[in-house]
Design a protein around this ligand. Structure first.
Ligand code: SF4
Ligand code: SF4
Length: 97
C-alpha cells in the first residue's frame, strides 16, 4: 500500500490525477481513499514532485517496515528501498522514452 509523508507533500494534486484507478482523493491533503483499487503501479510515486509517497512493501516481501521510493530521472528509473525509514539499497534501470 502507498503511504504519504504529509511533511513533504506540497498539495499539488498530481498523484490524484495520475492514478489510473482513481484510488487517491484530494481533500486538502491526498489520501488513499480506495486501497482495494490500488494495484501498486507506482505511477503516483514517480509523479510526485516532492518524493512524498512511498510504497510500503507487502508482508510476503518484507515485514511492513520496508518501503520503496521510485524516482524518474530522465532515462533512468531509480528504485530506493528503505527499512524503518533508512535507505538500505538503490537500483537503477535504464529506460527508453
Ligand atoms: S500505486 Fe498506482 S494504483 Fe496505487 S494509488 Fe498509486 S497510482 Fe494509484
Ligand atoms: S503528488 Fe506528492 S506533493 Fe503532490 S499532492 Fe500528491 S503526495 Fe502531495
Amino acid at each position: 500500500m502507498i503511504v504519504f509523508d504529509y511533511d513533504l507533500c506540497i498539495k499539488c494534486g498530481k498523484c490524484e490525477k495520475i492514478c489510473p484507478c482513481l484510488a487517491i482523493e484530494m481533500i486538502d491533503f491526498p489520501k488513499l481513499a480506495y486501497p482495494d483499487k490500488c494495484w501498486h503501479c507506482c505511477a503516483c510515486i514517480k509523479e510526485c514532485p516532492s518524493n512524498a509517497i512511498k510504497l510500503r512493501l507487502p508482508p510476503h516481501i518484507g515485514d511492513q517496515r520496508y518501503e520503496m521510493l521510485v524516482l524518474d530521472r530522465q532515462n533512468t528509473m531509480v528504485f530506493q528501498i528503505f527499512f524503518s525509514g533508512r535507505m538500505i539499497d538503490e537500483m537503477s534501470i535504464q529506460v527508453r522514452k
